[in-house]
Design a protein around this ligand. Structure first.
Ligand SMILES: Cc1cc2nc3c(=O)[nH]c(=O)nc-3n(C[C@H](O)[C@H](O)[C@H](O)COP(=O)(O)OP(=O)(O)OC[C@H]3O[C@@H](n4cnc5c(N)ncnc54)[C@H](O)[C@@H]3O)c2cc1C
Length: 504
């Protein structure tokens, strides 16, 4: 009898299995395909490698703004993909590494027979005290007439491409679709994005998606947002997608050498025989769990993409940590997503944590919003990477409700707000922290300084201190009578703590 049986060897499954084995639990892991899951084989690792290659192409193409003259870069797509595949192979875990950690690996498809038993491929029976379902998700295929006949790429089959698509149609404007759109455009494909939502990256603030869309349009990408794809067909060997605007009904078509569909996810719950153990699940909604990530069965937990909640590797790992504590250490930990960050790896990067501005103001009418632009940040100006902005939403006492950054190193800058939120630090604490100069981290400090300045302005302590130190006395005009001294003092205050509170 195993202490823990994990179904699925992706980010979540490997993480919980490793933690449990390290603690000394007897662990079995059952994997149907390849160890490492989606993140390693078809998502995070290859997509970020492709994005980096595309970023390099763009840097070379725009090098002349630094006074560096280089010939136009030539993209050897098979070589780019060869590097991507080599990286994937390097990241892919092996059964041996699990064995070394004391985890028993079983290959095949498990199905629950009873609350404490799974049967693998109808042959091998495994008994366990506790189970974790971490079988992930897969790309959903939208119901578009003709789509099945024309064929299309998805985020998995895309990695089999041997030549750069000449023209690529991307259906879907969620992070993965948008990341691929920019990467292929920069590598040299002509890209068109068809989105059924009014804005790209619909989970983000409008301000964020507008900024990203403008950048992507500058990269040559064409967008049709708020459209329904009504038909897919083949014409002279090319794929033609017809679309209709949801508002107004305008129609159009776009033709491409390749079509990529990146529209949504379905949970991998089929074949597990979950009904037999009372676990509620369906592919469209994922597995139902409570705050402890326990299913309706008291022995069976679920984590990661199979929940269809927060489809990120770091979310799966966070959930794995909670389930480890509950299933192995027998604690009663609850999952808290308040400070769960996410990023969209476009250039400029987008990173968000907590509430968006609109939701923060709706839930906390007295919330304050501080805003800063990258073209005001010294490091960004030095590097010539001045695109983008950052904003943070806080309560009047400085408790961070959310932050959004669009710009260079956004995900790194954001991490400072995540640490603060996780550990009960407020924006004032960030203002009191020394930041290395000149770095992109200065963006967090700029926002924090704005908060610190508004907090002290007009406070009793500041007024008393001013009075005591004599700063309230009228200042003498400079000899030339321009008022220069006063102006300088005021601009100093503004630089240290200018507030863009949007009047909230
Ligand atoms: C294009 C793309 C880019 C992405 N980029 C990022 C990113 O940059 N950062 C980020 O945080 N997230 C990213 N994600 C999301 C991330 O890949 C997933 O959130 C993460 O892989 C989920 O981990 P998981 O363990 O839940 O599932 P998976 O990693 O999918 O693992 C599930 C495992 O279960 C196995 N399995 C399936 N069915 C069964 C079964 N019946 N029995 C046994 N085993 C089974 C699968 O073979 C797989 O190995 C991206 C996703 C996509 C599509």
């Amino acid at each position: 009898m195993y202490d823990l049986v994990v179904l699925g060897g992706g980010s979540g499954g490997l993480s919980v299995a490793t933690m449990a084995a390290r603690f000394g639990a007897k662990v079995a892991l059952i994997e149907k395909n390849e160890l490492g899951g989606e993140c390693t084989h078809s998502a995070c690792v290859p997509s970020k490698a492709l994005i980096e290659a595309a970023r390099l192409v763009h840097a070379i193409r725009t090098a002349d703004r630094f006074g560096i003259r280089v010939a136009a870069p030539e993209v050897d797509f098979p070589a780019v993909m060869a590097r991507v595949r080599a990286l994937v192979a390097e990241f892919a875990g092996s059964g041996d590494s699990l064995k070394a950690q004391g985890i028993d690996l079983f290959r095949g498809s498990p199905a629950f027979e009873a609350y404490d038993t799974v049967l693998i491929d109808g042959k091998t029976r495994i008994n366990g005290q506790r189970f974790v379902i971490a079988t992930g998700s897969r790309a959903a295929v939208p119901k578009i007439p003709g789509l099945a006949e024309v064929g299309h790429l998805d985020p998995v089959s895309l990695w089999n491409l041997t030549a750069l698509p000449e023209t690529l149609i991307v259906i879907g404007a969620e992070p993965s679709g948008i990341e691929f759109a920019q990467a292929f455009a920069r590598l040299g494909s002509k890209v068109t994005v068809l989105a059924d939502t009014d804005q790209i990256l619909p989970r983000e603030d409008r301000e964020v998606s507008d900024q990203v869309q403008a950048r992507l349009a500058a990269d040559g990408i064409e967008f049709h947002t708020g459209v329904e794809v009504t038909k897919a067909a083949k014409n002279d060997g090319r794929t033609v997608c017809s679309w209709r605007k949801r508002v107004g009904g305008a129609t159009g078509e776009v033709s491409g050498s390749h079509l990529l569909v990146a529209t949504g996810r379905l949970a991998n719950v089929e074949g597990l025989n979950l009904d037999a153990v009372g676990v509620h699940a369906d592919p469209e909604h994922g597995i139902e769990v409570d705050e402890s990530l326990l299913t309706r069965s008291s022995r069976i937990y679920a984590i990661g993409d199979v929940l269809l909640k927060h489809e990120f590797t770091h979310a799966a790992e966070r959930e794995a940590a909670v389930v480890y504590q509950n299933a192995v250490l027998r604690l009663s930990k609850k999952i808290d997503y308040t400070a769960l960050p996410w990023a969209v790896f476009v250039d400029p990067e987008v990173a968000t944590v907590g509430l968006t501005e609109a939701v923060a103001l709706e839930q906390h009418p007295d919330a304050r919003v501080f805003h800063a632009r990258f073209d005001e940040l010294d490091r960004a100006r030095i590097d010539g990477r001045t695109e983008g902005f950052a904003k943070v939403m806080v309560t009047p006492s400085g408790k961070i409700l959310g932050a959004t950054i669009v710009g260079e190193q956004a995900s790194l800058i954001l991490q400072e707000f995540v640490v603060a939120m996780e550990n009960g630090l407020n924006l004032g604490d960030l203002a009191a922290t020394t930041h290395t100069y000149p770095t992109y981290a200065g963006m967090a400090q700029t926002l924090a300084n704005q908060f610190a300045a508004t907090r002290h302005e007009g406070s009793l302590v500041q007024s008393a201190l001013k009075w005591f130190l004599g700063f309230n006395k009228p200042r003498s005009e400079p000899e030339n009578g321009t008022g220069h001294v006063v102006a300088e003092a005021e601009s100093g205050t503004a630089a240290a703590g200018h507030s863009n509170n949007h009047g909230h």
